[in-house]
Write a protein that binds this ligand. Structure first.
Ligand code: SF4
Length: 455
């Protein structure tokens, strides 16, 4: 069997941008480093997929041990189908050089049912597109599917022992939705595969496709001529408008300053960026004067780790705050420890400044939240222009974070989830790393406050 040229993920990549598909295949070395959020998504998808096997226990797994064994996995899957095996995991099919691996294929009363597992709470358009491709490949491989389901995470789930996969997941039939989507797949697949014979990547201007449905990992290449401070750094300018201006050669905030806008926040933001002004609003300035900084590192595990917790429930994993001349930090082993710490801290300090608020449902006490104030332009530091994520902000305000084992919330959260299963020596390293991450967050917050004109 000829090796495949397209897969589910490369097909979705091609739908997003043909240039991205071409570069991914032909110039992979030009790719940016995978952002932490996406790295975490891949790890998450993997373990949730394994849990979903419990919905249909006892299946045979067709997952190849190495990429060179994909053709063998296709042959083995067809063999298992001939043997009428009732449950197959990672059932692998190929049609027109396009390979798909279906998470679970079942045979019930002589009929076949497909199940694709997603670690999300909702069904997105992209999931439907990828399921439509799978349906196309599988049915063209000679298997009639009676129905096709997307398995997603049940938002109502609360963890109870023992863990019951049926409670955690929801199965939704998507057959009616993906049947009309079959039209055009063959044409697209043919076009995508033909692309790989071209000597150059297709010409593509940067556009909204660079961010949706996934942030493209060739931005470093395609965006290299975008000015350091550009219209894309304006939080209050929507993406479509930003691209419109950019392609009319109005690339910087300066170049759009006289464009009419009904959004007063956008106007204010443009003025602040152009004037390079450090700014803090009076009321906020007063609050910050009596502040008590509290940086919270949090995790949102797809699979809840504690009794009664919900999927993706935000849980505090570490905290840091200045005390005297030092910064103290604490790492929490479980949800209750974190919640108790936060409640006590809030009760003790009437004015608490956080980076991005307190996880929901823990404390009703008000707190000032730096990200919120920044988004609403109640504070502005020129060096934070275009920086919206906590890890980006920490990296600017406390560059030493890059030497720490965890420099962003996703790697910190992943490490914390491993805390319970690691050996004692590894646990010490994780705890140190999490403490350093939280301390860096608190240091960055203090640095922001220090640089603001508060008397
Ligand atoms: S950065 Fe944008 S234009 Fe470039 S390959 Fe990615 S999606 Fe396409």
């Amino acid at each position: 069997m000829e090796r495949h040229k397209l897969s589910k993920s490369t097909y979705i990549r091609g739908l997003q941008c043909t240039k991205s598909l071409y570069l991914h295949k032909k110039r992979p070395f030009l790719r940016d480093k995978l952002p932490p959020e996406q790295r975490a998504r891949f790890t998450r998808g993997h373990s949730i997929g394994e849990l979903a096997h419990n919905l249909f226990p006892g299946g045979v797994n067709m997952a190849p041990k190495s990429p060179s064994q994909y053709p063998k996995a296709v042959v083995n899957t067809l063999d298992e189908i001939k043997k009428e095996t009732p449950v197959i995991y990672e059932a692998t099919f190929q049609h027109m050089k396009t390979l798909v691996m279906l998470d679970i294929l079942t045979r019930e009363n002589g009929k076949y049912y497909g199940y694709e597992v997603k670690s999300s709470l909702k069904i997105s358009d992209t999931y439907l597109k990828d399921t439509a491709l799978q349906y196309w490949v599988i049915t063209n491989s000679g298997i009639t599917l009676e129905d096709f389901f997307l398995i997603t995470v049940n938002p109502e789930y609360k963890r109870k022992e023992p863990i019951v996969a049926e409670d955690y997941f929801i199965k939704t039939s998507v057959l009616e939705k993906i049947l009309p989507m079959q039209e055009g797949i063959e044409e697209r697949v043919t076009k995508f595969i033909a692309l790989f014979d071209e000597p150059h990547s297709p010409r593509k201007k940067i556009g909204p496709q660079c961010n949706t449905p996934y942030p493209c990992d060739f931005r470093g290449l395609c965006w290299k001529t975008v000015p350091e401070i550009s219209v894309f750094d304006l939080m209050h300018l929507d993406d479509n408008m930003a691209f419109k201006y950019y392609h009319k050669e109005m690339e910087t905030p300066e170049s759009i300053k006289s464009q009419p806008t009904e959004n007063p926040l956008l106007q204010k933001e443009i003025d602040l960026v152009i004037n390079n002004t450090v700014y803090v609003e009076d009321l906020l300035s007063e609050k910050l004067r009596n502040h008590q900084v509290l940086f919270l590192a949090t995790a949102k595990p797809a699979f809840p780790l504690f009794e009664d917790a919900a999927p993706y429930e935000e849980t505090a994993i570490a905290a840091a705050f200045p005390k005297g001349e030092f910064i103290e930090s604490v790492v929490f082993y479980n949800k209750e420890e974190g919640n108790t710490f936060i409640r006590n801290f809030m009760a003790e300090h009437p004015e608490v400044i956080t980076m991005e608020g307190i996880p929901e449902g823990i404390s009703d006490t008000e707190n000032t939240n730096i990200l919120y104030e920044k988004r609403n332009l109640n504070l502005f530091l020129p060096e934070l222009t275009g920086k919206e994520r906590v890890d980006e902000i920490i990296a600017v305000m406390h560059p030493e974070i890059t030497d720490a084992p965890y420099s962003d919330r996703f790697t910190a959260a992943t490490a914390w989830q491993g805390l319970i299963s690691e050996s004692p020596e590894m646990q010490d390293d994780i705890i140190d790393g999490l403490a350093r991450y939280a301390e860096s967050g608190a240091t960055a917050m203090m640095e922001i406050i220090r640089r603001l004109p508060i008397d």
